[in-house]
Design a protein around this ligand. Structure first.
Ligand code: AMP
Length: 422
């Protein structure tokens, strides 16, 4: 995949209306809807400010949550969740949509920019069209939640065309959504010159650079709960990395595949053969594959459980692996010290429990202390690094969980592929 894409700096936006796809999918308080973390809105500010400084008018858009724009489908899904069919009224459905209206985002964005953000009542309806037509250079408007339109997730060309009709240029800065071929993330690029904003530019430069032409040795650290969700990543990284480190819950399926006893640890029995295939592929390719040798175990999955150390290949029948042990930390840290580039996706243990956060913390610390280029795939590892206070020590923390995983799988990302090549 070509990661060398045109950016806002390669295109003249002066006096033009720019449709800017952002990732404003922010967490909200369930009770009053207030935004509990505005990181994603702040992340979009450099691109928005640049466009305004260049004399553009900005028509921003994003999805927020997972609204169901079709009443019948909504009622069916609720009924499947066990809700009483008599309670599934249109009024309730409308309320579920209202809860995902972009008003709090428009307000917060306005506060951060220090100017009014005009909120459209719809995505491509009469209100959005009229407000877009009247928009002047230096002004910002925000369309309603793109997923209020049925055609959004289907990448409906009519919806994409209608969105494009309001603007003259398309800028995508929603890295968190580039793995989805939706009307606002990819479809719209068929009708407008399409370039990246600064967030996507950075993701492509650093992560794309690390995959296409890494400073070696390239060390990939993979953790998290399941082998099955990281198969594509392991497979692809075996083609390009020098060392692959496996930690977290998925290490036990590897240990079992190698003839170990893993007690009640997380185990995906259907993936045992696959683990052995990956071990064989690593040997064949000359990739060093590091697996945990010792493991902090517990009798039950709980924050209070007492940690007991065991060899990873000999976990007692009544115990489960919860975190990597000290010998493993030492071996993993040594591999990190010698790296030119480190890519990390997935925690080393159940880091949400203080007793079992030590492995993840030690790896974060090792990354913070190396001169290597350090890249944190989004999701849980990004959360762990931030929570442990190491965020500013990393070269790059990806803003997209699912997107960065697909990036590491070497998959084509529709929201990137649709942008103009350099
Ligand atoms: P993922 O979403 O696949 O990246 O997995 C992240 C989750 O894996 C976190 O919530 C961790 O608590 C969990 N995890 C990591 N190690 C273990 C383990 N040894 N046993 C159970 N869960 C784990």
């Amino acid at each position: 995949m070509n990661y060398n894409k045109k950016t806002v700096k390669d295109i003249d936006v002066k006096g033009k209306k720019v449709l800017l796809r952002c990732d404003f999918n922010v967490p909200q308080d369930k009770a009053d809807g207030h935004i509990t973390d505005d990181k994603r809105i702040r992340a979009a500010l450099p691109t928005i400010q640049y466009l305004l400084d260049q004399g553009a008018a900005v028509i921003a858009c994003s999805h927020l949550g997972k609204p169901e724009p079709d009443f019948d489908k909504w009622a069916k899904k609720q009924a499947e969740k066990g809700k009483d069919p008599a309670s599934l009224t249109r009024e309730k459905w409308e309320k579920s949509l209202e809860a995902l209206c972009m008003k709090p985002v428009a307000e917060r964005l306005g506060e951060l920019l220090g100017k009014t953000v005009i909120l459209a009542a719809d995505v491509v309806g009469p209100d959005a069209q009229a407000k877009a037509a009247a928009l002047k250079p230096g002004e910002v408007m925000l369309l309603q939640n793109t997923r209020f339109e049925k055609g959004e997730t289907k990448n409906d060309p009519e919806l994409a065309r209608a969105m494009a009709s309001m603007a003259e240029v398309y800028v995508s800065d929603a890295f968190g959504a580039v793995h989805r071929a939706h009307a606002s993330t990819a479809g719209v690029a068929a009708y407008l010159p399409a370039v990246s904003g600064f967030l996507i530019e950075k993701e492509l430069e650093i992560m794309g650079g690390a995959l296409a032409d890494p400073k070696r040795p390239l060390v990939a650290i993979l953790g998290g709960s399941k082998v099955s969700s990281k198969i594509g990543v392991i497979n692809h990284l075996l083609d390009i990395a020098d060392t692959i480190i496996i930690g977290g819950g998925m290490a036990y399926t590897f240990a079992k595949a190698q003839g170990g006893s893993v007690g009640t640890s997380l185990l995906e029995s259907d993936w045992l053969d696959y683990c052995n295939e990956m071990i064989a592929k690593a040997k064949e390719k000359g990739v060093k594959l590091l697996l945990p040798v010792d493991t902090l175990c517990a009798k039950e999955f709980s924050a209070e459980a007492e940690p007991v150390l065991h060899d990873t290949m000999a976990i007692p029948g009544d115990m489960m692996g919860m975190d990597i042990g000290p010998k493993t930390i030492e071996a993993f840290s040594a591999a990190i010290q010698g790296a030119g580039t480190v890519i990390w996706n997935g925690p080393m243990g159940v880091f949400e429990f203080a007793n079992f956060a030590g492995g993840t913390r030690a790896i974060a610390q090792a990354l913070a202390g190396t001169d290597a280029i350090t890249i944190i795939g989004g999701g849980d590892s990004a959360a762990a690094v931030a929570q442990m206070g190491f965020a500013d020590k990393m070269t790059h923390i990806s803003t997209g969980g699912g997107a960065s995983l697909e990036f590491l799988e070497g998959k084509e990302l529709p929201g990137v592929a649709c942008l103009l090549d350099q």
